[in-house]
Design a protein around this ligand. Structure first.
Ligand code: GLU
Length: 253
């Protein structure tokens, strides 16, 4: 088990992501990475090892004043634990970035198909296959990112919690879940995402837990849209107000 964090809004995502990844360290991991992005630039930082090392590496990079970020702690299932296989992964276009928890069981069939269509792969992960499948569908079907994610997930066999963004149009985060938990924190015109709620408890107590086969579009303007990945049915978000303290959660493990 490993971890996902993400943020979109008006604050600097870096401390939110690093703080969130620290909170998820209890799950175990072998590498960590984050992507941050503003309207014209993005910055990818990945490292084998601890979140502290990732944080130090980040300090050496220029501040691009980002408003969106996705972060990950990896527990390798496909490919060695190394910097290249660490998440986030990106599509061949260099536009789409994704973090993924879980396993894409039919990744080799999908990968063969994509290679036939001219795609190349830099990592050994199943996750890189999924982000390229999303790109392929987005271009081929000429659909918006959320639709491409939905169509791609309908071809996938396996388990996932994912967050996807388009660095060339960084107005939204697309999150989806099947078998790997994802919590969405609702802030002031902002959204937080975590494998559980602990990464963002300092920022908001309002949480929506995605159910299996659900995906959400989280927009920079504060709009949230949830739908069922298979049936396309819109789902009204059920917002919970969390009462527990961080202390009690941490003591309870
Ligand atoms: N299967 C993916 C990989 O090996 C994700 C592993 C995870 O859940 O951290 O990169």
């Amino acid at each position: 088990m490993c971890g996902i964090v993400a943020y979109i809004g008006n604050k600097d995502p870096k401390p939110i992501l690093i703080g969130g990844l620290h909170r998820l360290e209890y799950r175990g991991y072998d590498s960590a990475g984050i992507l941050v992005c503003n309207n014209s630039e993005y910055q990818l930082t990945k490292i084998t090892g601890k979140v502290n090392a990732l944080s130090k590496m980040l300090e050496t990079k220029p501040n691009i004043a980002p408003h969106l970020g996705i972060g990950h702690t990896r527990w390798a299932t496909h490919g060695m634990p190394n910097d290249t296989n660490a998440h986030p992964h990106y599509s061949n276009s260099g536009k789409l970035y994704m973090v993924h928890n879980g396993i894409i069981e039919n990744y080799d069939t999908l990968k063969m198909e994509l290679i036939k269509r001219g795609y190349s792969f830099y990592s050994d992960t199943d996750s890189e296959v999924l982000v390229n499948l999303i790109q392929e569908i987005k271009v081929k079907e000429n659909v918006k990112l959320h639709k491409a994610v939905q169509l791609a997930l309908n071809q996938v066999v396996g388990a996932y919690g994912i967050v996807v963004c388009d660095t060339f149009n960084p107005k939204e985060l697309i999150v989806a879940r099947l078998g790997s938990p994802l919590a969405i924190g609702l802030g002031e015109s902002s959204f937080y995402v975590g494998s559980d709620a602990t990464p963002f408890l300092d920022h908001t107590r309002k949480v929506v837990y995605l159910e299996d086969n659900e995906m959400a579009v989280l927009s920079k303007n504060g709009k949230i849209n949830i739908k069922n990945i298979i049936s396309d049915e819109l789902i009204h978000p059920y917002i919970e107000e969390l009462q527990w303290s961080l202390n009690s959660i941490q003591k309870g493990g």
